[in-house]
Design a protein around this ligand. Sequence first.
Ligand code: AMP
Length: 188
Amino acid sequence: MNIIFFGPPAAGKGTQAKIIQDKYGLQQLSTGDMLRAEIEAGSDLGLKAKTLMDQGMLVPDDVVIGMIARRIDSPACAKGAIFDGFPRTVAQAEALDDMLAARGKKIDIVMALSVDQDKLVARMEKRAAEEGRSDDNIAALKKRLEQYNSYAAEVLPYYRARGDVPDIDGNQDIGGVTMQIERILAGK
Ligand code: AMP
């Protein structure tokens, strides 16, 4: 089963993806985590991405598509993947469709997490204190939310045109959000 977790920054996509990964044996594929690993490793790609990420801008499509393409055939993805923070553009969504179709697979479900803005700010402040991410600051958050609103307006209709995109109330606590996700997965 291949799942997309769609939602604004700090909505809890990563937290939920890890829980579902462990319970269902699916592999979380987070382009944000991959980019942070590149930065940590000091690679050229990481260096270029960091400037954009710190400004709350998207990194180029070919960079993130390439990162996903390099992992999609890994044994960990045999039972499927949870795409977390990818796709963020229609070009990425189309590339993902093509990659999966070439392997006789498809996206089975797209879940859209929504969280009130004041909660997002509070979660981001907490994460900034805990993890020290350089893009978890108010200026970058504002930009990331603006970016989110504009790419959501393109990517969500792309998936809605093909079928149901269930909404998840991400304002609830972690367990409450997991319960909503599991209910949807049980119906698949
Ligand atoms: P995230 O951890 O998913 O919030 O991603 C952190 C940052 O990495 C984003 O603000 C973007 O700069 C970059 N990024 C992550 N995933 C993508 C993507 N699919 N497309 C473009 N940029 C991305």
